[in-house]
Design a protein around this ligand. Structure first.
Ligand SMILES: [Mn+2]
Length: 310
């Protein structure tokens, strides 16, 4: 019997943490493979995540800073990601025994067969909810709350084009169990983020991923807000923070989407070498950024067209 670490991507968002926390609970609940599953995190907890864990008396996952080389490799389950560049330092020393994810697969290979639960649904927590049924379990109310919260933040209250009928179906089921309207509940979770106090550095680094595009490293970040006007008043400072972050991460370019959930669109800022991003998004690098109406999903409406065009 061994201890398996379960964790989501770097710069974790609500879905990255909740998918790891609840999946680890589920696998322990059914004594999967006779192993013990321990949820971990690769970065700080988002404010709404911390609040939800406290409200449900769920222990906070411990930080995992790196995986070291050992005689018996550390076994891991990846949630909400699969690309090594978005994962833990030293992932090459681990044995990946499972993946539960809703992203594209990039640069992924393993030595041994593994469990892969990959579906192009709106959130990894939707897949975890589905796994409860497959394993003959029903989420507790606490688990239902954590799952539903992450489904709502990842799909921007089911408004993102990444939302599928499966997300709507499972959200309705969990909402019914909890006696809440999923969208109203999601809005409350969203409003519990202290977005009014975000610094330019936090807006840039809060939710950002590295992509390899045409041999270059491109960072794509997203800052979600219910009112973009505050961020738009800080564009020069945000651009400075973008340039600093890009330098620190040794990336060639950086894209930041300031996504306004209420107005349903994103102001897109570019810094550094972003020729690939300009080509994919069909926009130019202008000082105040470009407003892209309807753009809510980094994955589907930003990263995918950039990767496809280059
Ligand atoms: Mn996700």
């Amino acid at each position: 019997m061994s201890t398996v670490y379960v964790f989501g991507h770097q710069n974790p968002d609500n879905d990255a943490i909740m998918s790891a926390v609840v999946l680890a609970q589920l696998l322990n609940q059914v004594n999967f493979n006779g192993d013990t599953y321990e949820a971990r995190r690769l970065g700080p907890l988002p404010a709404e995540t911390e609040k939800l864990l406290a409200e449900t008396d769920t222990p906070k996952p411990r930080l995992l800073s790196a995986i070291k080389e050992k005689a018996t490799p550390q076994q891991v389950v990846l949630t909400d990601h699969n690309e090594p560049g978005q994962s833990v330092e030293g992932l090459e020393h681990a044995q990946i025994i499972g993946v539960v994810d809703h992203h594209r697969f990039g640069d992924f290979s393993t030595a041994a067969p593994l469990h892969i639960m990959a579906l192009p649904w709106g959130s990894s927590c939707t897949i975890v909810t589905w796994l409860f049924g497959i394993l003959g379990q029903k989420p507790t109310d606490a688990q239902a709350k954590l799952l539903l919260a992450a489904m709502m933040t990842d799909t921007l209250m089911l408004k993102s084009p990444t939302t599928t009928d499966f997300d709507r179906l499972f959200a309705a089921q969990l909402g019914e169990q909890l006696g809440v309207d999923p969208v109203k509940f999601g809005m409350e979770v969203f409003l519990s983020r202290p977005s009014g106090s975000f610094t330019p550095e936090q807006m840039v680094g809060n939710d950002i991923k590295m992509f390899e595009v045409g041999g270059k490293k491109l960072l794509i970040g997203q800052y979600e807000t219910v009112d973009k006007s505050r961020a738009l008043g800080m564009i020069p400072e945000i651009r400075k923070a973008m340039a600093a972050y890009q330098k620190k991460q040794k990336a060639d370019g950086i894209v930041l989407c300031i996504t306004d959930i209420m107005e349903e669109g994103s102001q897109v800022l570019l810094e550094g070498d972003t020729a690939a991003a300009q080509k994919g998004l069909k926009i130019e690098d202008v000082a105040e950024g470009v407003w892209m109406p309807g753009v809510l999903s980094r994955k589907k409406q930003v990263a995918a067209p950039i990767l496809a065009a280059n």
